[in-house]
Design a protein around this ligand. Structure first.
Ligand SMILES: C[S@@+](CC[C@H](N)C(=O)[O-])C[C@H]1O[C@@H](n2cnc3c(N)ncnc32)[C@H](O)[C@@H]1O
Length: 313
């Protein structure tokens, strides 16, 4: 039985405010069901809503099923990745939806469970898989990938200036003995990065852990594929909400929305428009929405959350 670890949904007021369909019969996809916190609020606010909830973590789905018991006739649970949302929607016979929510990243229960290996603050196995059936673990990457592959991961997913130095230290360490636990990886990060990460305020393991986690779960690739699909699935007037927790994810969501909300895309040197391109999305958030003071006080994890919202035209 899954232990009931709490997860407070972030930016909960804003998520519901922009997906307020009153009592209309609507279909919503929650691509990151987690404990079902956002879905519960959406079902409470929208009496005519049905939700297709996806998570790649079976423990999250078990918790969500408990949390959403009273709404069981209005929720459909799917185990898998949100980049397969079209396939799941087709299974339900849904060809269009009115709202899509992606609250990406890891949940508090995943971070707080040492056995999952997501947190550098607790000792555990080098796992970091959201889906525990997938073959790629943090251990496999750290102990088998080439130096170039490691450098690439640390640069792309952690933006770590000393990526090459860190990769060197990992290779040297694993030649003596494979890295087995998060504590082993923390020790190498501290040694290689001299007790400091990219920013002075960040402990050394923060960005290396983020980078390996993103690689293990192909998080950025997942987001790019999911955004493409969501646009195709949204009905006219449908709402897309994306909550991200670091700049790499936020950049992807921002560019995606910006590109589709553009009118003319002719090169600036063209004297007149020849593309006839029309905006397909309307961005509803000026910049990003971040947590208000009271939410920041009651939920520390909301401090990094950024919400972007768009409507399909
Ligand atoms: C931040 S939590 C979501 C919490 C949820 N909104 C709530 O209120 O309880 C993110 C969840 O999304 C899941 N997840 C992350 N990436 C995923 C993906 N590509 N496909 C499916 N689920 C994913 C994680 O396993 C995790 O349970």
């Amino acid at each position: 039985m899954t232990e009931f670890l709490e997860h407070k949904p972030v930016l909960y007021r804003e998520v519901v405010e922009f997906m307020n369909f009153a009592d209309r019969k609507v279909r919503i996809i929650d691509g990151t069901l987690g404990n079902g916190g956002h879905t519960k609020l959406l079902l409470e606010a929208n009496s005519g809503a049905e939700v297709l909830g996806i998570d790649r973590d079976t423990q999250a789905l078990e918790r969500a099923a408990i949390n959403l018991k009273e709404f069981s006739d209005r929720v459909h649970f799917f185990h898998g990745t949100f980049s397969n949302m079209r396939e799941f929607a087709t299974e339900l016979g849904w060809d269009e939806v009115d709202g899509i929510l992606l609250d990406i990243g890891v949940s508090s229960p995943q971070l707080d469970d040492a056995k999952r290996g997501f947190s550098w603050r607790m000792d555990g196995p080098l796992d970091m898989r959201m889906d525990r059936k997938s073959p790629l673990t943090a251990s496999r990457i750290l102990n088998n990938y080439s130096k170039e592959e490691l450098i690439d991961i640390f640069r792309k997913y952690g933006e770590i200036p000393q990526a090459a130095k860190l990769a060197d230290f990992i290779i040297r360490r694993r030649e003596i003995k494979p890295l087995q636990t998060t504590a082993d990886f923390v020790a190498v990060c501290d040694e290689a990065l001299g007790g400091k990460g990219r920013a002075k305020s960040l402990p050394a393991p923060t960005l290396p852990f983020q980078a390996i986690r993103i690689a293990v779960n192909d998080e950025l690739g997942e987001l790019e594929r999911a955004l493409q699909q969501s646009f195709g699935l949204l009905a006219k007037g449908g709402i897309l909400e994306v909550i991200s927790f670091h700049s790499l994810e936020d950049r992807i969501a921002k560019h995606f929305m910006k590109e589709l909300s553009c009118g003319c895309i002719c090169p600036p040197s063209f004297p007149v428009c020849v593309c006839n391109h029309k905006p397909e999305l309307e961005i509803l958030t000026k910049g990003v929405i971040t947590a208000q003071k009271d939410e920041l006080e009651e939920n520390k994890r909301s401090s990094c959350a950024k919400l972007r919202i768009a409507r399909k035209l």
